[in-house]
Unconditional design. Structure first.
Length: 239
């Protein structure tokens, strides 16, 4: 598969503007591109597709990249098939996946990204790049007919991965506990992406980028920590 993906944990980190922390990698991904198709279906906070797209347009304007929202097209499938590159933003993963299926965009996105079209996701947009959305942190505010996602990679991702606070008195489940529960019923690896981290996937190579290590969970094994620059290409061989 000719993957060309940038999967980012979050669109905004503390003290930075929208996408600012990932600017260099975004520019590398979109080098030579002049247009970007934005899919605003996740609607963070329930904002309109138009307002969400305007926010993305503002972020990409200094890079002279024209951003168009897929919701403005009469034929969204044609829009995906003709796109130079696609960006799916964050919000609610269940809302996003339902709309991708409703608009018949799952297969076109799989086909285009599988042939090398640059694909960028943040948060929910990163969730749907994985095998399923079964490790999202979002509430299931809408019903989806399946958890099967775009499957651009054969593993799941948990964006916004949080480690337990050492001095916390909270007795509820940790992210690690929740992922262990997932692995009671599912085989695929799960990548816990901490804030500011991202996966750059080119062909059969994966680069972990950002300031923090990633926590990788394999069924029946203790969690593993991988530092930026470590070889984690084995994840692309997951079944």
């Amino acid at each position: 598969m000719s993957r060309d993906l940038l999967l980012i944990s979050t669109s905004t980190t503390h003290g930075t503007g929208y996408l600012e922390h990932a600017q260099e990698e975004i520019q590398h991904l979109l080098k030579g591109k002049r247009s970007l198709l934005f899919i605003p279906y996740a609607r963070p906070g329930g904002i309109s597709h138009t307002d969400y797209t305007a926010k993305v347009q503002e972020a990409f304007a200094p890079w002279e990249i024209t951003v168009t929202g897929v919701h403005t097209y009469d034929d969204p499938v044609k829009a995906v098939n003709e796109a130079e590159a696609v960006f799916i933003g964050g919000g609610n993963t269940f809302v996003l996946l339902r709309q991708l299926y409703a608009n018949k965009l799952v297969q076109p996105l799989q086909q285009r990204a599988g042939k090398g079209m640059p694909y960028m996701g943040t948060s929910a947009g990163t969730n749907v790049a994985g095998k399923t959305i079964g490790t999202t942190n979002d509430m299931p505010v809408v019903h989806v007919k399946t958890f099967d996602a775009l499957q651009l990679v054969p593993f799941n991702i948990n964006p916004h991965y949080l480690d337990p606070e050492p001095d916390s008195t909270h007795m509820g489940e940790t992210r690690e506990t929740r992922i262990a529960e997932f692995h009671q019923h599912n085989r695929q690896p799960v990548v816990g992406l901490r804030e500011g981290s991202m996966l750059r996937i080119k062909g059969d190579k994966i680069a972990l980028l950002g300031p923090l290590p990633a926590r990788i969970f394999l069924q029946g094994q203790k969690p593993l920590e991988f530092m930026p620059g470590d070889d984690i290409g084995f994840l692309l061989d997951a079944v």
